[in-house]
Design a protein around this ligand. Structure first.
Ligand code: NAD
Length: 433
């Protein structure tokens, strides 16, 4: 099939590469000239495990191409996938639809023959209807259907998740569109659940799923706080809970709060939709409030360790919102660092992949270290904010010689606590006393 992907970011790029690998002819479109130039020159613009190899292979075979021209990508495409951003409105926190609307208007004029426009971006319920109206107004003779094709990939595992999805949800209101999407996903037939539902149900499934996962994280974080006060161990509690198949053992990992480009914005967008429709989504509202507060409380925990020092130096390991990605958008690490800076701390920051993106947020307010030990050198306390595998291999003996005070606030519970304590460290972890 001929596929156009509009928006070549964390979703569009792995999706385009994955579809090319499945044998489709893919053109990825983006407005960002730097991105398109880099991709045309064979340079990836995001960090994703397994992507470099597949990207290089499909660029070489000509199965994937890159362009800034919507015309070039869309005319002749069987399926046009919309994967542009839907960032939060800074005031209302509703999903800002300007990129979806603009891309729909642009693509409308280049539709030739029957085309399925698949909305992969996370969008409010009713967006399919809106996109349909925009395209029909621009191109009244255009033969097209709009489907909802929500994306469930996890950043850091985008390639794995593309080829091994838990489920594929398709919101199609016409049989013709459904058949086209069936053809697109034929390689997954029999290998995963492919659920065909009403378009509005599909749009809701995405938000309902992300809000539920965010709530699960907030729930285990609250249990972690409770365990710290009660002498229980949150890992034992999570294990005991997770053995109940109704609860499940995933997403019961306590930490500094959820972040990233999806959970914060999607919970806020869902809460907004509830308010607009007059539906009481109090669990989601409480999740948002609890998660926001958690990041401030985490910063306080770090500062408590250095309360006797004026302008303490804090070594921070981790900037990305989670391990395996370079994405710092809404990263708890960034938000905690901002609070530490406000309170007068000096920061020595290290992350194996995300420092370039961290610089875009923090500018010259922090010192960007060359490695873990450069960050730790001369600091009054060490804190771990992102669960990178690399941090697990931290040499604690060496760390002790480099730190001014043997204090660690491990907000990801990554280091070997027993070893650290036996070496004379004071360790504060999550959910354990
Ligand atoms: P992103 O910001 O990384 O990428 C979006 C891209 O769209 C940018 O490169 C931007 O330049 C481009 N763009 C905007 N308007 C355009 C236009 N008119 N024509 C061509 N290109 C245009 O965003 P992302 O993280 O890939 O997210 C995209 C969507 O997918 C969002 O709705 C998001 O909520 C959803 N989503 C994201 C994830 C994730 O893990 N990042 C997971 C599931 C769903």
């Amino acid at each position: 099939m001929k596929i156009a992907v509009i928006g070549t970011g964390y979703v569009g790029l792995p999706t385009g590469v994955g579809l090319a690998e499945l044998g489709n002819d893919v053109i990825c479109i983006d407005k960002d000239e730097n991105k398109i130039n880099a991709l045309k020159n064979g340079n990836l613009t995001i960090f994703e495990d397994g992507l470099p190899e597949l990207f290089a292979k499909n660029v070489k075979s000509g199965k994937i191409k890159f362009t800034m021209s919507t015309k070039e990508g869309v005319e002749n495409a069987d399926v046009v996938i919309l994967a542009v951003g839907t960032p939060p409105n800074p005031i209302t926190k509703e999903a800002d639809m300007k990129y979806i609307h603009a891309a729909s208007e642009e693509l409308a004029q280049y539709i030739t023959g029957y085309t399925v426009v698949a909305v992969k971006s996370t969008v409010p319920v009713n967006t399919g209807d809106e996109v349909e109206k925009i395209i029909a107004a621009q191109n009244p003779k255009g033969e097209f259907d709009v489907v909802s094709l929500p994306e469930f990939l996890r950043e850091g595992f985008a390639v794995h998740d593309f080829f091994n999805p838990d489920r594929i949800v398709v919101g199609a209101n016409s049989e013709r569109a459904k058949e086209k999407i069936k053809e697109l996903y034929a390689p997954f037939e029999g290998k995963t659940n492919i659920l065909y539902v009403k378009r509005r149900s599909s749009e809701t499934i995405k938000y309902a799923s992300n809000a539920f996962l965010a709530m699960k994280i907030q729930y285990i974080n609250e249990m972690a706080d409770f365990c710290e006060k009660s002498g229980a161990d949150v890992y034992e509690v999570a294990k005991g809970m997770g053995l109940d198949s109704r609860i499940g053992n995933k997403f019961l990992n306590p930490g500094p709060g959820y972040g990233g480009f999806c959970f914060p914005k999607d919970t806020n967008a869902m809460a907004y939709m509830g308010r607009v429709k007059g539906v009481d989504l109090s669990l989601i509202e409480a999740t948002i409030r609890g998660n926001d507060k958690r990041k401030i409380n985490m910063a306080k925990r770090i500062l408590e360790e250095v309360s006797n020092i004026r302008c303490p130096v804090v070594a921070v390991l981790g900037a990305a919102f989670k391990g395996g990605t370079d994405d710092c958008r809404e990263s708890p690490a960034m938000q905690i660092v901002e609070v530490l800076l406000e309170k007068g701390a000096k920061i020595r920051l290290y992350d194996p992949e995300a420092l370039e993106n961290a610089k875009k947020i923090l500018g010259d307010k922090v010192y960007y270290a060359t490695d873990m030990y450069d960050a730790i050198k001369g600091a009054d306390v060490l804190t771990i904010l992102t669960e990178w595998e690399d941090f697990k291999s931290l040499d604690l003996q060496k760390t002790k010689t480099l730190l001014k005070n043997p204090k660690i606030v491990d907000l990801r519970n990554l280091i070997n606590r027993d070893e650290a304590i036996s070496l004379g460290f004071e360790v504060k972890a999550i959910g354990v006393m």
